[in-house]
Design a protein around this ligand. Structure first.
Ligand code: PHE
Length: 346
């Protein structure tokens, strides 16, 4: 191989490997070091080659010299471009990471609003001497209807409203069957609260869900009167909805209570900094336990009397926290649940 070819080959190798190393450089320091090792006046690889130019025939030295110059230019341009790229990349990073931004908070949920309401209701009744009980979600026509003085031809027992299971049994359509189970299991004085899930053939929209919570209450003892009934539920309503709340008992009908009432509250809320009264809001169904119900479970209605009530914690949470859509309770969106931590659902 002629010395000319040999040197030209070496130059070509230097060019190839230098371009790769330049493209792989990750810092300006890398580039500076490369520049010295490639183009440095004394130790640079190009200079080393040119030192050997004496071995080439004088007529051919120009060719080798010109090639060395071309490569020097190419590498100088490549080093310059790489340098600019690194600088702008660093600038991009510093605008990407804004060190003055506050740290990102970890997402936290909180207790579900319905459970919060159940717990608040429970705390109030507990302080009045109630205990907590529960019954099965799959129940029979006897417990869900008949024992509660509701004949099976009553509209509530219709397939249109109640979810019947294939072979036998049904999904309870209210928590009132727990009244019967409690009367069977315990003896007076009875003061219980029974929160739980109930099921109805309902649409799924902003104000209906086919599965929802109820809280049942039952008091049975000797000498329980309508006064106990009104006083207990008035006291509860004021404690739960606020001390300025007005309570109204509106005559109603349930097959298992006589007389029956719907309890309405008129709350005082702050709107635009002003204290204003809301409209009357229906918050529970209630009444004196029907003597037929007591008889159905073997109690003497001449000796024992009582009252019962049922409320919907979903609806209560809706009113208390101003939640616009019942479906939000079932979506478990952590943004919704974490708002409760800060008490600011709007
Ligand atoms: N179970 C009734 C309902 O679901 C509510 C209720 C409970 C009424 C207890 C009276 C007494 O509508």
């Amino acid at each position: 191989m002629s010395p000319k070819i040999d040197l030209l080959n070496s130059l070509s190798e230097i060019e190839q490997s230098a371009l790769i190393r330049i493209s792989e450089a990750v810092s300006p320091e890398d580039l500076e070091a490369l520049k010295i090792s490639l183009l440095g006046r004394k130790e640079g690889q190009l200079s080393q080659i040119l030192k050997r130019i004496g071995v080439v025939k004088s007529s051919e030295r120009k060719i080798v010299g010109a090639e060395a110059n071309r490569i020097k230019k190419v590498l100088t341009v490549a080093l310059g471009t790489a340098q600019t790229n690194l600088e702008t990349a660093n600038k991009d990073m510093s605008s990407f990471f804004d060190v003055t931004l506050p740290g990102r908070e970890q997402w936290k949920g909180s207790e579900h609003p319905i459970n919060q309401v159940i717990d608040e209701v429970w705390q109030i009744f507990r302080s009045m001497g109630f205990t907590r009980v529960r019954g099965p979600e799959i129940d029979s026509e006897w417990y869900n209807f008949e024992a509660l003085n509701t004949p099976l031809d009553h509209p509530a027992a219709d397939q249109q409203d109640t979810l019947y299971l294939k072979n036998s049994g049904l999904l309870r359509s209210h928590t009132s069957p727990v009244q019967i189970r409690t009367l069977e299991k315990y003896s007076p004085p009875i003061r219980v609260l029974a929160p739980g899930m109930v099921y109805r053939r309902d649409t799924y929209d902003a104000t209906h869900t086919p599965a929802f919570h109820q809280i049942e209450g039952l008091v049975v003892d000797e000498g329980i009167t309508f006064v106990d009934f009104k006083a207990t539920l008035s006291e509860f309503s004021k404690r739960f909805w606020g001390s300025g709340t007005k309570v109204r008992f509106r005559p109603s009908f349930f097959p298992f209570t006589e007389p029956s009432a719907e309890v309405d509250v008129k709350r005082i809320v702050i709107r635009d900094g002003q204290k204003v009264e809301t409209d009357w809001i229906e918050v529970m169904g209630a009444g004196m336990v029907d003597p037929n119900v007591l008889e159905n479970v073997g109690y003497d209605p001449e000796r024992y009397t009582g009252f019962a009530f049922g409320m919907g914690p979903g609806r209560m949470a809706l009113l208390k926290y101003g939640i616009p859509d019942l479906r939000m309770f079932f979506q478990n969106d952590v943004r919704f649940l974490s708002q409760l931590l800060h008490g600011q659902i709007r």
